[in-house]
Write a protein that binds this ligand. Structure first.
Ligand SMILES: C[S@@+](CC[C@H](N)C(=O)[O-])C[C@H]1O[C@@H](n2cnc3c(N)ncnc32)[C@H](O)[C@@H]1O
Length: 298
């Protein structure tokens, strides 16, 4: 997957020779560092409108984050907890989607199921939806279009502020996904979202499934997921499950291309002091996450 993204980026920019490819990768470093720095704080503030910031995100996070949702879906499937995916059409809404690694992960999971939906309808929703059109297009051309019959998938996108007072759209989606986005909200906005999530689930039809996946290390999202799970457990027509997990990024089937390691990011296994030129560019070895799934009982 990393390699497909890289090839799509080179093709998009018409970079054919090794020298221009190396220079392009090196030019992404300041943007990669900026994003990394933003995530070192509990109060996150990032501007994704710069195309190079999106490209750095795609090369660094898209692949591992696609495994967040596919790992959780696999886990839920093994426990017999997946209520959706048995009809011919699967409707999914992805909130705070960025470039949409959730779609790549969802498709990876669906391809493991023998009786899977034929047709996918996805709505990609983000507060920076217009800005992310570049990142989504790269991901679509490089990955999604090769993984699912293009005539059987429709992906729309729209602006949404998940923390606004307006209720969530897409009450008819089979699956609603919130991955790596609730931690970008302050605790007041998280409270607004919490009420909206509860209202959405209360009004949702049978078998609607909501998945919340957040990375560990943010106290307020841990607390939000805990409160929601407790509420769902106390609500008779809902079914909730959740836990924490982690995976090793270097054990994933997708190898990180050498070019990326030579010219952009650093991979190191030892704990020797970080050199100044490596700061903000060291690839994480593990992704630790917490998930919560709430489904409307049949
Ligand atoms: C770290 S990115 C995660 C993207 C994707 N979900 C993933 O797992 O890679 C966080 C995303 O949340 C979006 N976001 C932040 N605040 C939001 C809000 N209030 N409403 C909707 N999206 C929001 C950002 O624009 C960004 O695309």
């Amino acid at each position: 997957m990393h390699n497909k993204i890289l090839c799509e980026l080179f093709a998009t920019h018409g970079l054919k020779d090794a020298e221009s490819q190396a220079a392009y990768l090196q030019s992404l470093k300041p943007y990669a560092i900026q994003i990394w720095e933003a995530y070192q704080n509990q109060a996150i503030s990032i501007d994704y409108s710069n195309l190079k910031a999106q490209e750095a995100y795609l090369l660094r996070y898209f692949t591992p984050y696609s495994y967040l949702i596919s790992t959780v879906l696999g886990d839920m499937g093994e426990r017999g907890m997946l209520l959706f995916g048995h009809d011919d059409l699967l409707k999914v809404s992805v909130f705070g989607c960025g470039p949409g690694p959730e779609m790549a992960g969802l498709i990876r999971h669906l391809k493991t199921i023998s009786k899977r939906p034929q047709m996918l309808y996805a709505r990609m929703l983000d507060v920076a939806s217009d800005a992310w059109s570049h990142g989504r297009a790269i991901a679509h051309r490089g990955i999604i279009s090769g993984e699912w019959d293009p005539s059987l998938i429709q992906i729309d996108s729209a602006h949404i502020d998940i923390a606004s007072e307006a209720p969530f759209p897409d009450q008819d989606a089979d699956l609603l996904v919130f991955q790596n986005c609730l931690n970008e909200l302050n605790s007041e906005k998280q409270k607004t979202v919490e009420v909206k999530l509860r209202n959405t689930l209360s009004a949702a039809p049978t078998a609607t499934t909501m998945m919340l996946i957040e990375q560990q290390g943010y106290d307020s999202t841990d607390e939000l997921l805990r409160r929601l799970q407790q509420w769902a457990n106390e609500t008779t027509d809902l079914y909730a499950a959740g836990q924490s997990g982690s995976f090793d990024c270097w054990d994933l089937p997708d190898r990180i291309p050498e070019l990326i390691l030579q010219h952009l990011f650093v991979r190191r296994r030892d704990r020797s002091p970080v050199q100044s030129h490596e700061r903000g560019l060291i690839l994480r070895s593990k992704v630790k996450y917490r998930w919560l799934t709430i489904a409307k009982k049949p």
